[in-house]
Design a protein around this ligand. Structure first.
Ligand code: SF4
Length: 367
């Protein structure tokens, strides 16, 4: 089976003790059945603070899945003070669960090939996206779904369009394709042709959405996303700075500052498209999954942007690379739901599972 991946993939290495936001805290670390069986026979290293009979005793069932039970500081009990994994130190890499072994890699196994990518949940990954546009594999299957994804990535990598415009124009075309299913590759090429894009872009320049409405709505979305994490006391160090009244600073000035991170933002969005818009489970099925995932990516992006608006506003108009990286990582961890949970969240939070284009325009805004 052919394995393909974006150009940055092989450059990744975990920075372990130097990591500013280690993955060994504040989220669900899954333990698969095979690992759990092995863990029942292994004693914890002496350095683990709370001593139990075996490694499995440090797990619990949460939301239907076996995970490592975090300590009172929300840390993995195997994380040492110098931010190394005590299990790896004692037993080597083979003792790790599947989740810990592959993180932050993501694999999608299609009939024709396997796609590998890295997740935005890791700061070392964001560092790889900081300076240069990602180059994605060109040799993808020539089916309408892969072609649509390819075109959407191309749109968000087109530096003549602000990322917001690319997101909205892409969503408009995606909705049109969804309403006109089944679509052929020829139709996809037509919708994304230079002439069609030019007409669409021209039509959208006439649409004006008050900035205040965008900012208010994004603030509410961010608060909603954070409700459960707040209750559990997770990510408080980051959330306390951004869960507030809508900032009163100039959106335009903030947007100008955010444009300094244009390469990173486009890379973030393009990588989300690459890894999340398609799933091997829906090969040959309709476009609904892609539309739902696209909406979720819009929510993720607008939540990151709204968080950064707060940080920028409260720091007298400053926004460091570390701010941008950290909120990309944290919001990506907070929104890393599986497909069923994303669908449930959207069904419970919005009038319709599939939005009108106008709602996307309200939260994405334009500048
Ligand atoms: S978040 Fe990334 S760099 Fe940090 S410890 Fe985890 S894998 Fe390593």
């Amino acid at each position: 089976m052919k394995h393909i991946h974006p150009d940055y993939y092989d450059k990744f290495h975990c920075i372990a003790s130097a990591c500013p936001i280690t993955c060994c805290k504040e989220w669900k670390i899954a333990v698969d059945d095979g690992t759990n069986r092995q863990w029942k026979k292994l004693s914890p290293p002496d350095s683990v603070e709370e001593h139990k009979n075996n490694l499995s005793a440090y797990t619990c069932i949460k939301d239907g899945a076996r995970v490592i039970r975090l300590d009172c500081r929300h840390n993995c009990p195997f994380l040492s003070d110098d931010k190394l994994c005590r299990l790896v130190t004692a037993y080597g890499d083979d003792v790790l669960s599947h989740t810990c072994t592959i993180f932050p890699r993501e694999l999608q196994e299609y009939d024709t090939h396997t796609e590998e990518s890295l997740m935005a949940c890791c700061p070392a990954v964001i560092d790889l996206w900081r300076d240069n546009p990602i180059i994605f594999p060109a040799d993808i299957p020539g089916t309408p779904l892969f072609l649509i994804r390819d075109k959407l990535i191309g749109l968000v990598q087109d530096t003549t369009l602000p990322p917001e415009s690319a997101l909205l124009e892409g969503f408009y075309i995606l909705l049109e394709l969804y309403r006109n299913e089944p679509v052929s590759c020829a139709q996809v090429h037509e919708y994304f042709s230079a002439q069609s894009l030019k007409e669409l872009h021209f039509a959208m320049t006439d649409i004006h959405i008050p900035e205040a409405d965008t900012v208010d709505e994004c603030n509410e979305l961010l608060q909603d996303l954070a409700v459960n994490y707040r209750k559990e006391g997770l990510y408080t160090g980051y959330l306390q700075d951004v869960l507030k009244e809508t900032p009163d600073g100039s959106w335009q000035n903030f947007s100008d500052m955010l444009a300094c991170y244009d390469v990173l933002i486009r890379n973030y969005l393009a990588n989300e498209f690459y890894s999340d818009l398609l799933s091997p489970d829906d090969s040959g099925r309709n476009l609904e999954h892609m539309v739902i995932q696209y909406q979720w990516i819009i929510i993720e992006y607008t939540a990151i942007r709204q968080s950064l608006f707060h940080i920028w506003n409260d720091s007298g108009g400053q926004l460091s690379y570390e701010n941008v990286r950290d909120y990309m990582v944290i919001l990506s961890r907070m929104t890393g739901y599986d497909d069923d949970d994303i669908r449930t969240y959207l069904e419970n939070s919005f009038e319709r599972l599939i939005w009108e284009w106008g709602y996307a325009a309200l939260i994405v805004g334009r500048y």
